[in-house]
Design a protein around this ligand. Structure first.
Ligand code: F6R
Length: 258
């Protein structure tokens, strides 16, 4: 097991924690280690975790630990990060149904502790505000784990998302719809809108973990960590939180970082 830990200065002068690890398995294990530590220290923590390809290994690791009795998730308040607008957990093509299959059910999470993005709300503005209040009611996010989209999105905060954005409905880019086409029978059936926690919702978390794997993310990871901090690359806003950010990336993803 080789990994390289470094700290990198951000614009504000404080430092994010950067781990470049050998491969995907290491990213998964290290992300699971951070989550395990947070939950052991604060069993009732409010946390959000992403869907997608990158976290699959992390979820396998967490489920194994929970089933082995090493990790207790029963008191955690789990907040979903994002969802297609108009889809809910009962729709098998929703992100929440995917999460339910891959993590929530195998981990035996109590449904009372799982908070769904209000992607079916009659009034999206009211629904989004209520979701933000629900997070606050549970003490704010103790931990947010995010992946990085090929266009630099975090959650579904697409390019152009402001740093002060909160939970809301927004248009998905064609690139993101293509990215998610694998879950569907084609891009045409992917909703053109999503509801996501905002950039500010994520940045407010006490601890943020960015997980990135694979050569296909090398360019966007470089732009995220070394380019300008800009709404054109929403992930770049993560650098504004300094040492509250832990980036866990594999060597392939980090191959273009200087
Ligand atoms: C998913 C999410 C997205 C993904 C990102 C990376 O809930 O919020 O931001 O984390 O698109 O996706 P993968 O891991 O599939 O490359």
């Amino acid at each position: 097991m080789t990994h390289d830990q470094a700290t990198r200065s951000n614009e504000a002068g404080s430092e994010l924690h950067m781990h470049v690890v050998a491969d995907y398995a290491e990213v998964s294990r290290m992300a699971a280690d951070v989550i395990t530590r947070v939950v052991q220290e604060n069993p009732e923590a409010a946390i959000t975790l992403p869907t997608g390809e990158t976290p699959r290994g992390m979820y396998q690791e967490l489920v194994r630990r929970i089933q082995d009795g090493v990790l207790d998730f029963s008191r955690v308040q789990f907040f979903c990060l994002d969802e297609y607008w108009g889809k809910g957990v009962d729709d098998e093509t929703s992100l929440t149904a995917w999460l339910d299959d891959v993590f929530l059910r195998p981990a035996g999470l109590d449904s009372d502790h799982v908070h769904f993005v209000p992607s079916l709300a009659l009034d999206p503005v009211e629904g989004a505000a209520a979701y933000e209040q629900e997070i606050e009611r549970h003490g704010g996010l103790r931990l947010a784990v995010v992946g990085l989209g090929p266009n630099g999105h975090i959650g579904f905060n697409e390019p152009g998302s402001p740093v002060d954005s909160r939970t809301r409905v927004l248009e998905l880019t064609k690139q993101s719809r293509n990215q998610n086409a694998a879950y569907y029978d084609g891009e045409s059936s992917i909703p053109d809108k999503a509801m996501t926690m905002g950039i500010a919702t994520i940045l407010d978390a006490d601890l943020i973990v960015l997980i990135v794997s694979g050569a296909s993310k090398a360019d966007i990871l470089k732009a995220t960590l070394e380019g300008p901090i800009t709404a054109d690359v929403p992930g770049s806003f993560l650098r504004t939180v300094g040492e509250r950010l832990i980036a866990i990336v594999d060597q392939e993803a980090a191959s273009k970082i200087s």
